[in-house]
Design a protein around this ligand. Structure first.
Ligand code: ADP
Ligand code: ZN
Ligand code: ZN
Length: 732
C-alpha cells in the first residue's frame, strides 16, 4: 500500500484536467501550491506546477508515479496569479495546464531554464542636455550632429536603424553618450530609478480624471475616453504616480504595435521608478529577468503587451490598458483570452482600480458604462489647443476616376504639398491588386489551398495568398482560355503608390506596409523620414493607424471606405469606425488643423454620416442599438466552436455531434450550425463552425462547463483540429 500526500499538477497537456502525482518523502513540506516540479509523463518529463495537495487520488494510488524533482524553493506563481489562471481556465474552458504554462516565461518552463541571456535591443534618446544642445557646437563632428538630429526627430531609434540611415552615425552614439547628450534604454532590463521629470500642468478634465482614479478605494473600472492627443497618457502617468507614492506597483498594457520605445521612455522618465518593459520579441533570458524583477517587487512599473497581464506583482495597485479596443489584446490561437477582460478580472480580485483608455472605445466598454459597471472619464479636447480634423465624405459614384483618386482628393493633395505639408493615404490592402482577372473568360486566380483570391504583387512579379503564404509566378496567359489579357482589379498600396508617382512626379512618396517593412530597421527608418518631413506622401495599411504620430500630416485620405460597410461580420462597422477615427487622429497637431477625406460609394451611409461630425459617441449609440435588437454582444454572449480537417465530412460529423449534446444540455443556449467558416478552406483544410449564443452569459457558461470536457471524449473529435473560442472577436 502506497501512502503519503498526493499533488495535483498542471502540466502542458491539451486535456482539460490536472494530473495526480505522489509527493515523495522529503518534499512533503516543500512541494506546495505554485511550485514548479519535474514530473514523468508517458516516456518524457514535463515541468508542471503544483495546483494543490490532497489525500485521495482520482485513480488507484498504485498507478501513480512520484514527482521526479522539485524545481523551486518557494512558489514561482503566487496565489493571486494562480487563482486568476484557474478562473481563466474555467471561463475560457481551456486546459488548465496550458493556461498555467502561458503565465511562465519560456526559460522557467524548461528543465534547464537557469541560463541567463543578454537583454533586448537598446533604444537611444536625447538627454535634457542633448535636447538643449546647439547643433553648431557639433559642426566639427558631422556624424554626431546627424545622429543627434535624427534622434531629435525620432526618439528611440536603435543603433542599427541609425546605421541603416547613414553608415557611421551608429558609431557616433558612443561619443555623444560620453558627452552626456544621449542615453539608451533596453527592453527587458530593469530601468533604474531616477529623479522624475516634471510634466505639463493638467487641464481640468485631466485633473478630474486623475482624481477619480486616485480616489478609488479599491476595485473600480474606468473608461478613459479621449481623442488622440487629448492627453490620456498624461492621465496614466499621474494616476500611476499616485499609486507608486502609496507604495504600490503599476501594470501598463499596450497593444503590440503601440509598444513604441517612446512610451517606455516617457513612463521611465516621468515616473522615475524602477521599471521593466516586456515585449513578444524579447530574448528569453531578458524576459525571465524582467519577470522575476516584477515578481520580487523590484520593478515598480511593468509595461508590456498582451501576456504581461499574467505577470505576478505582489504589490499591484493599478492596472492601465491603453488602446483598450485594440484587437491584439485577444489571443487568436491556443488559449484565446482577452487580456483586457482578464485585466478587469485581475483588478477586481486584487481590489485595485483599472483604467481602460481609448479614442475609440469598444462596444463592450461603452456598454459597461451604460450598465453602471464602469465610470466614464472624458477628455473632450486635444491638449495644447490642437484642433480636431475636419472630415468630408467624397462621393465616388459614377465619377470617372483617374486611377483610384477623386478630383477632390487630388486637388487637396496638390494644395497640401504646395503648402509644404504632408499627406497620408490609407488603403487596407498591401500588394498591387487583390484580384487578377482574365478579361476574355472572367477566370479569377485563386489560391489552390485556400478559399481566397491571389493578390498580385507586381514589383516582385508574384501572386501571393495572404492567408497561407502560397506564392507563384504571375502567369503570362489564362490557364482556362489561353488569353494573355490578365487584368489587375482593385486597389492595393503598391498600385496607389504607382498612381501617385505618375500624378505627382517628383513628390517624395513612401509606402509603409508589411512588404516594405520586412527588413530590420526599415519601419523605424520610414517613420523617422515621415516625422522629419523628408517624406511628402505616405501610403500605407492599418500599420499606420496605430499609435504613431505624424505632426506634419495635415491631410488624410481613406481611399476606399466601402470595405467595412458590407462585411458579414457584425463587428465590421465597429472596426471601420475605429479605423477611420484612428487614422483621422494622425492628422493635424498643435497649430495646424487637419483635413480627412473619405472616398465611398455609400455617401449616405449612417455610419459614415455619424463620423463626419467627428462623433464616435453617436456612432456607438447607433451600433449598440443594432446589437441590442439582434441580441449580439455586448448584449448577448457568444462562443464559437471551430473545427478544421482535410475532409469536410470530418468537420461536419464532429460539429453535428457537438451540436446535439449542446442542444440537449441547455434550452437557454441557441446553437447555430454547423456552417462553413467565412473562409471555407485554408491551407488545404476545410473549416466549419458551430456558434453558441445566449442572452445571459451565465447560461452560456453553465452550458459550456460540462460540454467542453465532453467534446474531448468524442471519437469524431480525433479526426479534426478543434478549438473553443469564448467571446470570439474574429469570426472568420
Ligand atoms: P494621448 O495619449 O491621448 O494621445 P498625450 O498624453 O500623448 O495624449 O498628449 C498629447 C500631447 O499633448 C503630448 O505632447 C503631451 O505632452 C501634450 N499634453 C498632454 N497634456 C497636456 C497638458 N495638460 N498641457 C499641455 N500639454 C499637454
Ligand atoms: Zn481566360
Ligand atoms: Zn492560401
Amino acid at each position: 500500500m502506497v501512502t503519503g500526500p498526493i499533488a495535483a499538477v498542471a502540466i502542458p497537456s491539451p486535456l482539460r484536467r490536472h494530473f495526480d502525482y505522489l509527493v515523495p518523502p522529503g518534499l512533503e513540506r516543500t512541494a506546495v501550491r505554485g511550485c514548479r516540479v519535474l514530473v514523468p509523463f508517458g516516456r518524457t518529463q514535463y515541468v508542471g506546477v503544483v495546483l494543490r495537495r490532497h489525500a485521495e487520488a482520482s485513480v488507484a494510488r498504485a498507478k501513480l508515479r512520484p514527482i521526479a524533482a522539485l524545481l523551486d524553493d518557494e512558489p514561482t506563481l503566487d496565489e493571486a496569479i494562480l487563482s486568476l489562471l484557474e478562473w481563466s481556465a474555467q471561463y475560457y474552458h481551456h486546459p488548465v495546464g496550458e493556461v498555467v504554462q502561458s503565465a511562465l516565461p519560456t526559460l522557467l518552463r524548461r528543465v534547464d531554464g537557469s541560463k541567463a541571456q543578454s537583454g533586448g535591443p537598446k533604444f537611444w534618446f536625447l538627454t535634457d542636455a542633448g535636447n538643449a544642445c546647439d547643433p553648431e557646437t557639433l559642426a566639427s563632428a558631422p556624424r554626431q550632429a546627424k545622429a543627434l538630429a535624427r534622434l531629435a526627430a525620432e526618439p528611440g531609434l536603435t543603433r542599427a536603424a541609425l546605421e541603416a540611415d547613414e553608415p557611421g552615425t551608429g558609431a557616433a552614439l558612443a561619443a555623444l553618450a560620453r558627452k552626456g547628450l544621449v542615453e539608451s534604454q533596453q527592453l527587458g532590463e530593469v530601468i533604474p530609478p531616477a529623479t522624475p521629470a516634471p510634466g505639463p500642468a493638467l487641464t481640468d478634465a485631466q485633473a478630474e480624471a486623475v482624481e477619480a482614479i486616485a480616489a478609488a478605494p479599491g476595485f473600480a473600472s474606468f473608461l478613459l475616453d479621449g481623442v488622440t492627443g487629448s492627453g490620456k497618457t498624461e492621465v496614466y502617468l499621474h494616476a500611476a504616480s499616485a499609486a507608486l507614492v502609496r507604495g504600490r506597483q503599476v501594470l501598463v498594457l499596450v497593444p503590440e504595435i503601440g509598444l513604441t520605445p517612446q512610451m517606455i521612455h516617457r513612463f521611465g522618465k516621468r515616473l522615475g521608478q524602477a521599471m521593466v518593459a516586456l515585449h513578444s520579441a524579447l530574448p528569453n533570458g531578458a524576459r525571465r529577468n524582467a519577470w522575476i524583477a516584477a515578481r520580487s517587487g523590484q520593478a515598480r512599473v511593468v509595461l508590456g503587451t498582451r501576456s504581461t497581464i499574467l505577470t505576478p506583482m505582489p504589490e499591484l495597485g493599478l492596472i492601465i490598458v491603453d488602446e483598450e479596443h485594440d484587437l491584439s489584446y485577444k489571443q487568436q490561437d491556443g488559449w484565446r483570452y482577452s487580456a483586457r477582460d482578464v485585466a478587469v478580472m485581475r483588478a477586481r480580485r486584487a481590489d485595485v482600480p483599472v483604467v481602460l483608455g481609448s479614442a475609440t472605445p469598444s462596444m463592450e466598454s461603452v456598454f459597461n458604462v451604460l450598465a453602471g459597471r464602469s465610470t466614464l472619464l472624458r477628455l473632450p479636447e486635444r491638449a495644447g489647443a490642437a484642433a480636431l480634423p475636419q472630415v468630408s465624405i467624397v462621393d465616388v459614384r459614377a465619377r470617372a476616376l483617374d486611377g483610384h483618386l477623386s478630383g477632390q482628393l487630388i486637388e487637396a493633395i496638390s494644395e497640401t504639398l504646395a503648402a509644404g505639408e504632408q499627406v497620408l493615404l490609407f488603403v487596407n490592402r498591401r500588394g498591387f491588386a487583390p484580384t487578377l482577372l482574365c478579361h476574355e473568360c472572367g477566370e479569377v486566380l485563386e489560391c489552390p489551398r485556400c478559399d481566397a483570391r491571389l493578390v498580385l504583387h507586381r514589383q516582385a512579379n508574384r501572386l501571393r495568398c495572404h492567408h497561407c503564404g502560397y506564392e507563384t509566378r504571375v502567369p503570362s496567359a489564362c490557364k482556362h482560355c489561353g488569353s494573355p489579357e490578365l487584368r489587375p482589379v482593385g486597389l492595393g498600396t503598391e498600385r496607389l503608390e504607382d498612381e501617385l508617382e505618375k500624378r505627382f512626379p517628383g513628390a517624395r512618396i513612401d509606402r509603409i506596409d508589411r512588404d516594405t517593412t520586412r527588413r530590420r530597421g526599415a519601419l523605424e527608418q520610414s517613420l523617422a523620414d515621415a516625422r522629419s518631413g523628408q517624406t511628402q506622401i505616405l501610403v500605407g495599411t492599418q500599420m499606420l493607424a496605430k499609435g504613431h504620430d505624424f505632426p506634419g500630416v495635415t491631410l488624410v485620405g481613406i481611399v476606399d471606405a466601402d470595405g467595412g460597410l458590407f462585411s458579414t461580420d457584425f463587428r465590421a462597422s465597429e472596426r471601420l469606425a475605429q479605423l477611420i477615427v484612428q487614422v483621422s487622429g494622425r492628422a493635424g497637431r498643435a497649430s495646424r488643423p487637419g483635413r480627412v477625406f473619405l472616398q465611398t460609394h455609400q455617401p449616405e451611409h449612417p455610419l459614415l454620416r455619424s463620423l463626419v461630425g467627428g462623433d464616435y459617441a453617436e456612432f456607438a449609440r447607433t451600433a449598440l442599438a443594432e446589437r441590442e435588437a439582434a441580441a449580439l454582444p455586448p448584449y448577448g454572449a457568444l462562443a464559437l466552436l471551430r473545427a478544421e480537417a482535410p475532409r469536410r465530412a470530418a468537420c461536419t460529423a464532429f460539429l453535428e455531434e457537438a451540436g446535439h449534446i449542446a442542444r440537449d444540455t441547455s434550452p437557454q443556449v441557441a446553437v447555430l450550425g454547423p456552417v462553413p467558416a467565412p473562409m471555407e478552406r485554408r491551407q488545404g483544410r476545410f473549416r466549419e463552425q458551430l456558434l453558441l449564443s445566449a442572452m445571459d452569459r451565465v447560461d452560456l457558461q453553465r452550458m459550456l462547463r460540462p460540454w467542453a470536457p465532453a467534446l474531448e471524449g468524442l471519437v469524431s473529435a480525433r479526426r479534426v483540429r478543434w478549438s473553443l473560442d469564448v467571446d470570439p472577436q474574429d469570426m472568420s
